[in-house]
Ligand binder design. Sequence first.
Ligand code: HEM
Length: 436
Amino acid sequence: MTEPAAPGQPGPHDASPNRVSRRQLLGLFGAGAAGAAVGAAAGAGVAVAATGADAGTGAAAAAYPFHGAHQAGIVTPAQDRLHFATFDVSTTLDRDGLVGLLQDWTDAAARLAQGLEVSEDGAVGGSDYAPPADTGEALGLPASGLTITFGFGPTLFEAGGIDRFGIAARRPAELTALPRFQGDALQPERGGGDLCIQACADDPQVAVHAIRNLSRIAFGRASLRWSQLGFGRTSSTSTSQQTPRNLFGFKDGTANVKAEETKDVAEHVWVAASDEPAWLAGGSYLVARRIRMIIENWDRVQLGEQEMLVGRSKGSGAPLSGGTEFTEPDFEAEGPTGTPLIDPASHVRLAHPTGNGGARMLRRGYNFVDGNDELGRLDAGLFFLSFQRSPEQFITVQRSLAADGLNEYLKHVGSAIFAVPGGIRPGEHVGQALFA
Ligand code: HEM
């Protein structure tokens, strides 16, 4: 934490609208002192205004542009922390009210991404006789690589046959509730939502501050439905990043779609201008699954069996067919006894594009531990997030994974899908093309 010393901290009585806030000062100073350390990711269309360290490696002071061709938080090098939330829009809100909310969220998010408070008055610059506009817990903290990504759920377009906002005809045909998958143990309180916000940052306080303040801005217009905190990214989304590990202890993200693979990103992640509907061009579909891991059972499994279930070596992440981490798996390779080196029921075999009509996706999940259950087992797992050009990509792979040996140690308890509109230009609000 870099809470600044009191001198220079604007107090409640020096609320000049033109003063440079402590957080602005920090940002300016950091940028000037360290220069713009723009990593390899920038060359791949990932604009990085970093202030000193490698992208996605815990660069506390990095700030990613909020505006651009695509929303930030998708190909952005996955940050270390997540606060994800879904919202239900109030039944009393009309179309203009919804647009107003999206405008207010956009304005606030653009400021937060720069390390600013939600408004100029902020936490301490307003009236002594009114609640502060910003809740204050991020005062003095840098932007911390914060990205805020908005999504629209199927129920925003039509709920119970009612077209609340006059957008039912504009719902993407593919934006429907996900089908039921084998083994699903979904809890209704961890599913769905009219809107979602994914806040990722390298500091958990910054991510939580973003969701808290955006929820607060929505007061009376949309209410929090469910939310999830995540730590320890379980994917890399840039070749500049090390592959992290999930709570099974395996490297996760090795074969992910990476930002630098611009052709694959265009083919598998972004909705193209030639796809339907036109308003979603440059956007994507986001699938969220809260996957509980039965880690106490997993921890009693022999190393060899763990590796067989995944299809990769636990230490290096290399496929069991040989090579190093980034060697392509060879599913034909056989051992001395003629059995495949990579088990046909292994996760990697079943999730690989070869068995799924070429389907790939950009995975961007996080580990979670939310206390423990009544049996004394950790309520732990992987909050799976994936971005894809069509929900069909996720559906195809998830159906293949019905045969996955890992399922004995997994339980899908939460699920949601959202259409993520394309990038936001200055002066626009998120999803503006939908309401045009
Ligand atoms: C808690 C549940 C899961 C765990 C522990 C897990 C773990 C892993 C691991 C260790 C890898 C190998 C490293 C890598 O390439 O990233 C992997 C790959 C992969 N996983 Fe998962 N995964 C889980 C759930 C899912 C789900 C729900 C999907 C999608 C429906 C999925 C899709 C994939 C894909 C597409 C790959 C890359 C396969 C390839 O091209 O080689 N995973 N996963």
